[in-house]
Each structure stands twice: as structure tokens, then as C-alpha cells.
Design a protein around this ligand. Structure first.
Ligand code: PEP
Ligand code: MG
Length: 553
């Protein structure tokens, strides 16, 4: 065999950082940029600025569409990447750089490319893994705008057979657009475990190898196994390795179908304690997957996702449509549809509200505090939820409560909106339940007293950790505080305290957990032991948590 041919078929191992659980097979396919290579001559300042404005609008629409698709397919965390892209698109530093280049005679497409590259360089130079990973996002955004300016089409990676894509780096936009029917995995020479591309790969269940050793395009078309667990890409695998892969694939399929069979079974412990197992969703599209996975109800509908990623606010009718779609869908299930009222502020900024900047946003105007200030917006949402309650067992849940007055003030607003609906002869559930999130130590400590005004409670452990440990949930350098045993104990004690108070206040009152902690099967027993009656998790975790519950004595 000629030497060159030998290198194409010789077995090789490439190392990198694996993301995902199961090994996959595919043919290597290098991703080439589909951005047009042509350049355009400078057409004059006004023309270039007009072209830029319309390209920015088109890019925003593309990003919003990918964001919506990602939200439906991979959930909230994955979709939040595209909110960052929308923010980068209107970043003042980026726009200033582009505009001043245009003013000094650079065509808009070139101005966008160099501004994107220079800001990506700034991100890369930052001594923070999270922020430096944003360089890929900046490049993604600028190359999208540049492609539109040059008249290129939206990129889509799909093709023939099973393939493992190889690229220097994949942008989050590219990753979200991957056709999972034929792309079995991907390899990038750049990237990091914290990059948005890696987050997306996990949420989309596509195994990947990032920061892999580089190899050349000569290997295009070669057979390869991507094994994320050992962090290896096996090029031209041996017959033995292929047969090991067949075993792994069979095991994966068996595991998936075993989890699927659980969807119709109840979440009940061995001793017969029935646990309500509900789903967390951010949109009606996510509700469909939750319904298919056997969720008995919706324990947390993050309504703010109807408000985000757009310039205006959703109307009462638009909200009513979204809430009632979920209510109708779940009318065959025993559990409620718990709609959390608008929870924005802090890490979930909503520019359409025009709020003032704050020094400590996580301790500032967020959740119920903001709603009780912006009562017109709040009333619109309450009316939409009340109207949707005519179609199923809808309940209202208030975020970030710290005292009883916030609940009483909200209940007065609900009573007034009910009166208006009665007057207008519009149907709603007269007995609609009202509950609160336990996200602050104050709410946990005072739960017994708050129970006088609430039908149910749900612990938002993401925020409860943050406020109990005084550790910003966005700050990865503080993750060790949350992950440590010493961080878990005070939160579990607060849950136990709240649960005892709530159960003492009335037999019909219940407490659930809807923070990420509810999906951690290592903690299921501790949460049930602390008195939780319900667990609400995102759809991919329903079967695993149910399996865990069914194994507990
Ligand atoms: C929580 O804080 O745990 C929660 C469920 O709410 P969010 O993550 O939306 O703040
Ligand atoms: Mg919260």
C-alpha cells in the first residue's frame, strides 16, 4: 500500500476533553466555513450604515429563531446562549468599533469582522474561564452579521450518513443548528468545558471532544469512534474496538428504553409513599416533551421566558394562549400547572421594563418586588393566568418572597382581577391555588406563618443556596461553596424547617423542590427525608428521578 494511503487507514488516537457519556461512531467530516469569501467595495457612509442596520435586524431575527428552537429542543440553559448573542449584537463597544471603522471608509462587512475579532481578542485575554469562552460567541455573532452583509445563506450542517464533525471551533449557533439525525458527535481543536458549545452539546445529548490534539484534513472520510468517557477519538478503529462500541451502543439503547418504560409508572417509594413528580418548563413547546416523558404535572412554568428575547412585552392574549395550551395538554394528569409569575431582575434582565441599574441586582428589584412595583404588567399576567385556569388545574406561584405582606398585596390584586373577569363574564377557576417559592432564608424560616396565606410552596434551591451561603450563583469561583457538604447542610436544614412548619399549618398544604437540586439523584433521599412532597425537574431527568424514588425504602 502506498505510504499516503497507509496514513489514511492507519489506526490513530486523538486525545481531548470528552463531553457526554456514550461512545459513538461516524465518518470524519471537516466543517468548512460557508461564509462568502468575496468582499464588497465601500459604497459611502450612509449606504454602509443602512446595510449594517438591516443586517443587524436580520441577525437578531435569526438568533431569536435559533434560540426558540433550542429552547424547545434542549431547554432553558442551552437557549440562554442566544440571549447572550442578542446582547453581544447590540453591545455598545462592538457597535462603536464598527461605526467608527465605517466612518473612516471601511465597508460594513470588513468593519464587523475586525470589530468582532478585536473584541474576541479582549475576551480571550481575560483571566476568567467563563468570560474567555465568550470569545467564540463574539466571533459567532460577528461572522453571522458579516455573512448577511455579504449576501450568504444561513449555515446548516447536515449531509449523508453518520458523521463526526471536526472543526477548529464550533460556534454555539453552529452547534444548535446541527442535524442530530446524521451528526453523531463533534470534535473541536479549541473550546473548553465551560463554553456554550459544550453546554449545548450536553443539553442536546451529542457527545463531543473539545480542545483535541490537531490532525489534518487528510483524514476526511476516515472511520472513527468518539469516546467521551476516555476523552479519545479513535481513528480507523480495530475490529475489536468496533465490537466494543457495538456493546456500548446496545447498553445505551437498553438504558434508554428501560428509562422510557418508567414513564407510565407512578413515582412511589418501596414503602408506598407517593411522590408527585412534575416537570420544569419555560414554554408550551417544552410542555409537550414533559407530557410525553410522563410528568404528572408542571411544578414550575418559568413564565419569564415568554417575556425574554424580544423587544416588547407579551400581550394578555398571547400569555393566555401559552398558559392555556399547557393547561389543556395536562388536563389528563393528576398534578397542577404551576405558573410562576414574572421572575426577572438580577441575572434575568428584561430591557423592555426599563429598570434602573442597581449596585447589587441579586439583592435588588427582582421577582415579586418588581411585579408589585410594575402593577400594570403584573395585572396583565394575572388576568392571563386566571383566564387559562378555566382550562385545567392552574396555580399561581410567586417568586422571591420574603414576607407575608408581599403575598397579601398580590392576593388583593388577584381578587380585583377576578372581580373584573366576573363583571366581564369571563370564565376562570374561582378556587385557583396561590403558592410561593422558597428562595430566601426568610421565607424558609417563616414558612409556618406564610402558610396561613398559601396553598403550596416550592423550594427554589438555586437561589436558596445563593442567599443562604452568600455566594453569587453566577460566579463559578464560588461553586465550591455550593458543592461542598458544608454548603448542603444549611440548605437541607432550612428545607426541613420550612416543611415542618408547612405540614403543621395544614394537612392539605404541600411543599416541593423545583431547583436543580431536585434532579440530583444522589440527593433524592435527603430531600424526601427533609419532607418534600413533590419534586419538579427538567424533562430529561424525570425518568432517572422516578427510578431513584422507586428504589427508596
Ligand atoms: C431556583 O431559584 O431554584 C429556581 C427554580 O428559580 P430560577 O432558577 O429560575 O431562579
Ligand atoms: Mg430562583
Amino acid at each position: 500500500m502506498p505510504l499516503r494511503e497507509q496514513s489514511k487507514t492507519k489506526r490513530r488516537e486523538i486525545r481531548g476533553i470528552g463531553i457526554g457519556e456514550w461512545a459513538v461512531w461516524g465518518k470524519i467530516r471537516f466543517v468548512s466555513s460557508e461564509i462568502p469569501t468575496k468582499t464588497l467595495a465601500y459604497r459611502g457612509m450612509r449606504e454602509e450604515k443602512e446595510a449594517l442596520a438591516s443586517a443587524l435586524t436580520e441577525a437578531r431575527a435569526e438568533i431569536a429563531a435559533i434560540g426558540r428552537r433550542t429552547l424547545a429542543a434542549a431547554g432553558r440553559e442551552a437557549a440562554s446562549i442566544f440571549e447572550i448573542h442578542e446582547m453581544l449584537l447590540c453591545d455598545p463597544d462592538f457597535l462603536d468599533l464598527v461605526n467608527s471603522a465605517i466612518e473612516s471608509g471601511t465597508p460594513a462587512a470588513d468593519a464587523v469582522a475586525s470589530a468582532g475579532e478585536s473584541l474576541a481578542g479582549v475576551f480571550e485575554g481575560l483571566d476568567d474561564e467563563y468570560l474567555s469562552a465568550r470569545a467564540a460567541d463574539m466571533r459567532d455573532v460577528s461572522s453571522r452579521v458579516r455573512r448577511i452583509l455579504l449576501g450568504g445563506k444561513s449555515e446548516k450542517k447536515s449531509g449523508e450518513g453518520q458523521m463526526i464533525l471536526v472543526a477548529r471551533d464550533l460556534s454555539p449557533g453552529d452547534t444548535a443548528g446541527l442535524d442530530t439525525a446524521c451528526v453523531t458527535g463533534f470534535v473541536t481543536f479549541a473550546g473548553s468545558v465551560n463554553s456554550h458549545t459544550a453546554i449545548l452539546a450536553r443539553a442536546m445529548d451529542i457527545p463531543a471532544l473539545v480542545r483535541a490534539e490537531e490532525f489534518s484534513k487528510e483524514l476526511e472520510g476516515a472511520s472513527a469512534i468518539l469516546d467521551p468517557e476516555s476523552g479519545r477519538l479513535l481513528i480507523n478503529p480495530t475490529a475489536e474496538e468496533m465490537s466494543r462500541l457495538a456493546d456500548i451502543t446496545a447498553k445505551r439503547e437498553a438504558e434508554r428504553s428501560r428509562l422510557r418504560t418508567l414513564s407510565a409508572l407512578p413515582a412511589v417509594t418501596k414503602s408506598g409513599r407517593r411522590i408527585a413528580l412534575y416537570a420544569n418548563i419555560g414554554s408550551p413547546a417544552e410542555a409537550e416533551a414533559a407530557h410525553r416523558s410522563g410528568a404528572e404535572g408542571i411544578g414550575l412554568f418559568r413564565s419569564e421566558f415568554l417575556f425574554m428575547g424580544r423587544g416588547d412585552l407579551p400581550s394578555e392574549d398571547e400569555q393566555y394562549e401559552a398558559y392555556s395550551r399547557v393547561a389543556r395538554l395536562f388536563s389528563d394528569r393528576t398534578g397542577p400547572i404551576v405558573i410562576r409569575t414574572l421572575d426577572v431582575g438580577a441575572d434575568k434582565a428584561l430591557p423592555a421594563l426599563g429598570s434602573e441599574a442597581e449596585d447589587n441586582p441579586a439583592l435588588g428589584m427582582r421577582g415579586i418586588r418588581l411585579c408589585l412595583e410594575k402593577t400594570a404588567i403584573f395585572r396583565t399576567q394575572l388576568r392571563a393566568i386566571l383566564r387559562a385556569s378555566a382550562h385545567g388545574r392552574v396555580a399561581i406561584m410567586l417568586p422571591m418572597v420574603t414576607n407575608i405582606d408581599e403575598i397579601r398585596r398580590t392576593k388583593r390584586l388577584i381578587a380585583e382581577e377576578k372581580n373584573r373577569l366576573r363583571f366581564e363574564e369571563i370564565e376562570f377557576d374561582e378556587n385557583i391555588g396561590v403558592g410561593i417559592m422558597i428562595e430566601t432564608p426568610a421565607a424558609a424560616i417563616m414558612a409556618k406563618e406564610l402558610a396561613g396565606e398559601c396553598d403550596f410552596f416550592s423550594v427554589g434551591t438555586n437561589d436558596l443556596f445563593q442567599y443562604t451561603l452568600a455566594a453569587d450563583r453566577q460566579n463559578s469561583r464560588l461553586a465550591y461553596l455550593t458543592e461542598a457538604e458544608s454548603g448542603l447542610e444549611p440548605v437541607l436544614r432550612l428545607i426541613r424547617l420550612a416543611s415542618d412548619g408547612i405540614h403543621a399549618a395544614g394537612e392539605d398544604k404541600w411543599i416541593g423542590i423545583c431547583g436543580e437540586m431536585a434532579a440530583d439523584t444522589a440527593l433524592t433521599e435527603a430531600l424526601l427525608g427533609a419532607g418534600a412532597d413533590e419534586l419538579s425537574v427538567s424533562t430529561p431527568y424525570i425518568a432517572r428521578v422516578k427510578e431513584k424514588i422507586r428504589g427508596i425504602e
